[in-house]
Design a protein around this ligand. Structure first.
Ligand SMILES: [Zn+2]
Length: 553
């Protein structure tokens, strides 16, 4: 089936333009592929060593790659090929993707320099900004600790307000950045920067907003219910009425995560558990072994190393690595299942017969989805028992785990609604009252009351608006993809009638399904086509909502 997808059912004879396209792709591979491998290697070195020289090498490698992709003469050749008919589907697909990759780099260099300088200035302000209460400066970790532990509403408010102080400090620069980004987008023929970012990633604003409207519809009830329970606990903890709860009562400064109000920690089974051994056993069991990835990876804490976790495909020829900082707890169990999930959806399992340009995940949302799909099991007591972990009370563990997961997903989905809609409207009209827009959206989607009489640039205290613009919705769409694929596996492979409880450990059919239905096409199919190919339906929120007991159809 995959081979039909890859070659196109009815490949017509090559035209002159096809031949030009094939020549362009060949030249791209010869020139750009070594630069891409240098970038990913340099990125790996910098993040594992933390050395200045490695960071310098990383920037240099990126600049070389960018300059190859921004070459206006090459872009003119590509555009001519792209704008004329192409008859071979696998050639057309590569040209379509290359066109978007090169188009993004065609911003006028002087304008690009202004954008980069402005964004850097804002990021610098974020780095040096410290919340200050009275005369005392607070580190970010101290802010989080007070917002997690303090019972004193006045103290919480003071700390929360101070943590938002970076907003007004960067507000003018951020508004300038939005104007510059819009200018760049319009010069490339897009209506504004948000629309451009989506289109460069093969997404249509209207289509994404429609999907989020459906998601809003299906999750509004379960979210309100979960939040009522959270509010009841919080009001009890602080000794105030539910009506008096304000943004500073919800632990996370943006309420993008669940407040830590469930007494039971999921960590105890992991104290004596070898996280890596479980991952090995799990992925081998489902027929997607990862021993080669582990052998090349850098997995434990060390001086100078990035504290985060990520997976990278160095050369699209199977050199796939994970950077992590494993500690024996539930968080790292989930994180390792997640990162290794990225590692199986890579050139390790996408056939080498898929051309280089397409030998990668279909879309960032699809690889996030695959990673999230496997991550869920760290909260499942029955799954852990099957994996040989000693869980004293698996039923209770699963119940707590499912509740935590439920709250996390619902809270995060409402937060993504705010981010998507705020950014979309901000780029559409940066001159409007953005403070009001922000709180209107927070009240509507997160059900949090705005602070009385406050008029401050609170939206500007979210660094992602600067550093990862128009991106957040992909996490949410990834979660929808995860639930939809999981649902399909539960239905078609496991023959289960309750996907929310379905899990697997030692079942090679799961790996076979993933290889054939998700990995094999690489990037030949755009994200929604791949979703249909894997699950039989467009990407939609029904499987996600079903996890909260919302059934449709
Ligand atoms: Zn991820």
């Amino acid at each position: 089936m995959a081979s039909t997808v890859l070659t196109g059912a009815a490949a017509a004879a090559e035209s002159e333009n096809d031949r030009r396209a094939i020549a362009f792709i060949k030249a791209h591979e010869e020139q750009v592929r070594p630069l891409e491998i240098t970038v990913s290697t340099a990125w790996w070195n910098a993040n594992t060593s933390g050395k200045d020289a490695d960071f310098t090498a990383k920037v240099e490698a990126q600049n070389k790659l960018d300059s190859a992709l921004s070459d206006p003469r090459r872009f003119a050749d590509l555009k001519a090929v792209h704008d004329a008919p192409l008859s071979v589907p696998v050639v057309k697909r590569q040209i379509d993707i290359l066109y978007l990759i090169y188009l993004e780099k065609q911003v006028d260099p002087a304008l690009l320099a202004r954008i980069t300088t402005t964004a850097n200035e804002i990021e610098k302000s974020f780095n040096v900004y410290r919340a200050k209460v009275g005369e005392k400066q607070l580190a970010d970790s101290e802010v989080r600790k007070i917002l997690k532990d303090s019972k004193d509403s006045a103290q919480r408010q003071a700390v929360w307000e101070s943590s938002k102080g970076v907003g007004p400090a960067v507000e003018a620069n951020l508004k300038q950045l939005v104007i510059l980004r819009n200018e760049a987008a319009r010069k490339l023929g897009f209506k504004d920067y948000h629309a451009m970012q989506l289109q460069l990633n093969e997404q249509d604003q209207g289509q994404v907003l429609k999907l989020f409207d459906q998601l809003d519809e299906l999750t509004r009830g379960p979210f309100a219910e979960a939040k009522r329970e959270i509010d009841a606990k919080l009001s009890l903890n602080y000794g105030i009425d539910v009506d008096e709860l304000r943004p500073w009562h919800y632990h996370d400064p943006f309420f993008q995560e669940s407040p830590a109000i469930f007494a039971i920690s999921l960590d105890s089974p992991f104290a004596t558990t070898d996280t890596l051994a479980i991952c090995r056993k799990f992925y081998t069991g489902i027929g997607l072994p990862i021993d080669d990835v582990i052998a090349r990876s850098d997995l434990y804490e060390k001086q100078g190393k990035s504290p985060h976790a990520f997976c990278t495909d160095i050369n699209r020829e199977g050199d796939v690595r994970v950077l992590a900082n494993i500690v024996p707890n539930e968080y790292w169990m989930g994180t390792m299942l997640h990162e290794l999930g990225h590692s199986v959806y890579s050139s390790k399992n996408i056939p080498q017969s898929v051309p280089y340009v397409l030998r990668t995940d279909a879309h960032i949302l699809c690889t996030e989805g695959v990673a999230m799909m496997f991550e869920r099991f760290s909260k499942n007591g029955d799954w852990l028992i099957k994996m040989g972990v000693n869980v004293p009370n698996p039923a209770q563990y699963t119940e707590t785990g499912m509740k935590m997961r439920r709250n996390q997903l619902l809270i995060f989905s409402r937060w993504c609604q705010v981010m998507l809609r705020f950014e979309q409207r901000m780029y559409a009209d940066p001159t409007q009252d953005l403070n009001k827009l922000w709180w209107d959206l927070v009240e509507r989607y997160q059900l949090i009351k705005r602070p009385n009489g406050r008029n401050s640039a609170d939206y500007a205290s979210k660094i992602h608006i600067v550093s990862a613009p128009a991106y957040y919705h992909n996490y949410m769409m990834g979660q929808l993809f995860a639930c939809q694929v999981h649902n399909t596996i539960a239905r078609e492979v496991l023959k289960s009638n309750d996907p929310s409880k379905a899990y697997y450990t030692d079942d090679k059919r799961v790996g076979e399904f993933m290889r054939a239905r998700v990995f094999a096409p690489g990037r030949m199919l755009p994200w929604n086509e791949l979703t249909k190919y894997a699950t039989g339906e467009d990407l939609n929120p029904r499987a996600f909502a079903a996890e909260f007991g919302v059934t449709t159809k």
